[in-house]
Write a protein of this length. Structure first.
Length: 55
């Protein structure tokens, strides 16, 4: 509970930092906008489901 209260007190900084890490892992930089983020997520989902379907 304390964690949630501390995170809320620092929002949106904590949200921005937690978004930045996976974005840099996936594409090496921050996403330009939500559309770019969604395109990457759908691309990853498509690849994941192709792999599962082949198994």
């Amino acid at each position: 509970m304390r964690y949630l209260l501390a995170r809320e007190a620092h929002f949106p900084a904590t949200h921005d930092r937690s978004d930045e890490t996976p974005e840099r892992i996936y594409i090496g930089r921050r996403f330009k906008n939500d559309m770019e983020r969604l395109e990457k997520l759908f691309e990853m989902y498509t690849e994941m489901t192709k792999t599962e379907g082949a198994a």
